[in-house]
Design a protein around this ligand. Structure first.
Ligand SMILES: O=C(O)CCC(=O)C(=O)O
Length: 359
């Protein structure tokens, strides 16, 4: 046996503490200590952004003093740093909300090939949709902004885009949109775990009410402060669910971990009984989901946009499940086409991009 594991080998002891270090060595040692502390902090809080740092409030004040952000923006960023979300609003007239209704009705009539939807399933082409059985609670439409001018206006809304850029501290890009006509009934989850981005945590979402929401329709639910709870590790240092390598048991383990952590935290789950045009912007790690639907006939029209950092998120991928040549699988597409409106940026529909591969 080669000695006790806690006994360092002689070479370590030789260069150990107690020796006097010169200025350059001290500088190097303090740099190393600072890096180690930085890495430890990063490891302790994976996916954190500047608003998660202990100095966030001071940094917000400094931006407000320099006139980089308005008072209202400073207040919303403080709320985001503390609670992982804030509420703002858009001008969305009944006529504009009605235009989105018309676009959705048209989609259900025309059922195009290049738009995907999901109903208790991975995304499928709209051409596969069956209105009688699937236009109901839990269905969603992906990238409605590609076929609805009003949805595109929300997708590229300048104030939402500006908030996304302020939160990410760099130019944001809208990466995808999701339209819900009814309550989603999605379990509480963290977007950063299921919506991968090139850099963990460089993600946020806006959720816009397209009508006054009845709480019995399965309103959005969220847990203030839950963005500070720890991440589940699928494997050491792995926080994002990867369906190509992980399965049902990983999902169950992650959900059990988040349920346990949430129960132990004592944090309270709230319901967003929003009015038309109200928007909730959430941190990528905020637990949120769709509340129970008490009355399935009630609509709950809402539009979600996810944002990432343009400089790091160069490609938007999208996949649809379909049978080709008798074989079931997923067709993966990608686009680098970015739509612009003023300073807002947002990816075009991935399914209008290049076909990549089948999986
Ligand atoms: O709108 C909802 O019910 C939940 C939406 C959601 O969880 C999401 O888009 O990540």
């Amino acid at each position: 046996m080669s000695g006790h594991p806690s006994t360092p080998p002689p070479t370590h002891r030789k260069s150990g503490r107690g020796r006097k270090l010169g200025f350059r060595q001290r500088k190097a040692a303090s740099y190393t200590a600072a890096m180690l502390s930085f890495l430890r902090r990063k490891a302790a809080v994976p996916g954190s952004i500047w608003l998660d740092e202990p100095g966030a409030h001071k940094a917000i004040e400094a931006k407000a003093r320099r006139g980089v952000i308005a008072d209202e923006e400073a207040a919303n960023l403080r709320k985001f740093a503390n609670d992982g979300y804030f509420v703002t609003r858009l001008d969305l007239s009944p006529a504009q909300a009605g235009a989105i209704d018309d676009d959705v009705d048209r989609l259900w009539r025309e059922r195009p090939h290049n738009i995907s939807f999901a109903y208790d399933s991975p995304p499928l082409r709209f051409s596969q949709a069956d209105e009688r059985s699937q236009r109901r609670p839990r269905y969603r439409i992906h990238d409605l902004h590609a076929v609805s001018e009003t949805a595109r206006r929300i997708y590229l809304d300048s104030s939402l885009s500006r908030y996304a850029s302020l939160i990410l501290d760099e130019q944001s890009v809208a990466t995808q949109s999701l339209y819900f006509e009814y309550g989603s009934q999605q379990a509480l989850h963290r977007d950063s775990v299921v919506v991968p981005t090139p850099i963990l945590g460089q993600l946020l979402a806006s959720w816009t009410a397209l009508e006054d929401i009845d709480p019995r329709s399965g309103a959005l639910v969220y847990v203030p402060g839950s963005h500070k709870l720890p991440y589940f590790e699928f494997a050491p240092g792995e926080y994002v669910y990867d369906p190509s390598r992980m399965g049902e048991s990983d999902v169950r383990a992650a959900m059990a971990f988040y349920d346990r952590t949430l129960a132990a935290s004592g944090l309270e789950t709230r319901t967003f009984a929003a009015k038309r045009g109200q928007v909730l912007i959430w941190h990528s790690a905020l637990l949120h989901g769709g509340g129970p639907v008490d009355d399935e006939s009630l609509t709950r029209k809402s539009f979600v946009v996810h944002y990432s950092a343009l400089a790091h998120h160069a490609v938007r991928h999208g996949a649809v499940s379909e049978v080709i040549d008798g074989k079931a699988g997923e067709s993966v597409y990608a686009t680098t086409a970015v739509l612009e409106s003023g300073s807002a940026r947002g990816f075009d529909n991935a399914l209008d991009g290049q076909f990549q591969y089948r999986r």
